[in-house]
Design a protein around this ligand. Structure first.
Ligand SMILES: [Zn+2]
Ligand SMILES: [Zn+2]
Length: 408
């Protein structure tokens, strides 16, 4: 078997893994690095099938570029297929607003859906020389680990989370000969999630009971819905704004992927979904606003912060990783953000809660030990070498983009 990373080997983002067996090529993911402008993987190479791990842009944001040139069957869960569409459409919008040359258009997005093949969790399909099985990756709803089997088995995790959250069950390790695993959090562990959730609820309570509002900048997919579940039973008024509402709708209408469909539906029923400008004007009547973008680089969140900027009783609570160069990172480091080109310093409370959907260092090590492979191939990380010491009993490979190598 031969493996070639077209992207995402030594970096977080634009994952694209080509797997070749007996002249039969398949690919896992074809994503971008959602920078400004977005960075694409190496040019597409024709394959028979593309397997998507999940609906984040760093795993599927370049897929329409592939279909612009070639055709291939595209396999994913129905949840991934449904929830990636608004993300791809939004990425065209962002490209237009920022004025970058567009690599694909709305027709390319439509055309890739004609190649879509649904695979359910625990289902095995036959594709050329491979038997392919889908398992939950625990990262966001619909996220999938793919296992390819012929004489050897190869497990590709995509983004991985192994613990239970309010929204999802954790990924379960599967035995495999070769493991291709993400390593975003190599060298870093998370605070216990139960503790983070407890502290978040406590801090929200303090702010609201003191007469302030809580702004939760949040990713549309997964995080918004988890926050709704964490906070909806506290008896406070919650408004949800931005693309997260559309994604919640997709989660509600695509059953079979959440820990509790009923629980989620009940929680969503308790929040007010902000649709349109007029509703937005009254959103701050709520105690809590959950809204995009998660890194404060646009979206309704900025208008809310602008209004509350001098309200020392109110708070901004970040719950996700803030990429370098974003407003969110600047807020964490210097307390400042840019709104419409001007640098401002919100005079509000600020706190960070680590609700990451990526397995921490120790969780990754545990996962490898349970898969117990003969070879571990680490990707999707800036600091992959931090895992080497704890994986010394395994044969570990740190591949680079564009370099094809043989595994046996
Ligand atoms: Zn992801
Ligand atoms: Zn990723």
């Amino acid at each position: 078997m031969k493996i070639k990373f077209l992207g995402g080997a030594e970096e977080v983002g634009r994952l694209a893994i080509k797997i070749r067996e007996k002249d039969y090529d398949v690919m896992v993911d074809y994503g971008v690095i959602p920078e400004k402008p977005p960075e694409f993987p190496l040019p597409p190479e024709p394959v028979k099938s593309i397997y998507l791990t999940h609906a984040h842009l760093d795993h599927m944001g370049a897929l329409p570029v592939y279909y612009h040139e070639y055709d291939a069957k595209f396999y994913s869960t129905i949840m991934t297929a449904n929830s990636m569409r608004p993300m791809l459409e939004d990425s065209i919008k962002v490209t237009n607003i920022e004025g970058y040359p567009s690599r694909f258009d709305i027709d390319d997005i439509s055309s890739l859906y004609s190649s879509f093949q649904n695979v359910n969790y625990n289902e095995t399909i036959v594709d050329g020389p491979f038997q392919v099985t889908a398992q939950s990756a625990g990262h966001i709803p619909g996220s999938t680990m793919w296992k390819f089997e012929n004489s050897r088995s190869i497990l590709v995790t995509g983004d991985l989370y192994t613990k239970e959250t309010m929204l999802l069950n954790g990924a379960r390790p599967q035995k495999a000969d070769i493991l291709i695993m993400e390593s975003t959090y190599a060298g870093k562990n998370h605070e216990e999630r139960d503790q983070v959730v407890k502290r978040l609820r406590q801090r929200v309570k303090e702010v609201v009971e003191d007469g302030g509002k809580v702004i939760l900048p949040s990713f549309a997919m997964g995080r918004t819905q988890e926050l709704i579940m964490i906070l909806s039973d506290m008896g406070y008024n919650i408004s949800v704004d931005g693309m997260g509402n559309g994604i919640s709708g997709i989660y509600l209408h695509t059953p079979g992927f959440l820990r509790s469909q009923k629980g989620f539906s009940k929680s969503v029923g308790k929040v007010r979904q902000i649709r349109g400008r007029r509703m937005r004007e009254s959103a701050l009547d709520s105690d809590i606003v959950i809204t995009t973008s998660g890194m404060l680089d646009g979206g309704p969140v900025l208008s809310y912060i602008e209004k509350l900027m001098n309200d020392t009783k109110s708070a901004i609570f970040l719950t996700g990783y803030q990429v370098e160069g974003t407003n969110g990172r600047s807020l964490m480091e210097n307390g400042t953000i840019k709104i419409a080109g001007a640098t401002v310093k919100p005079n509000m409370k600020l706190d960070f809660f680590d609700l990451s959907a990526h397995a921490g260092h120790d969780d990754l090590i545990d996962f490898v030990k349970q898969v117990d492979p003969e070879k571990v191939i680490l990707c999707h990380g800036d600091n992959r070498e931090n895992l080497l010491e704890d994986l010394s009993e395994f044969d570990v490979e740190l591949p680079f983009n564009g370099h094809e190598f043989e595994v046996s």
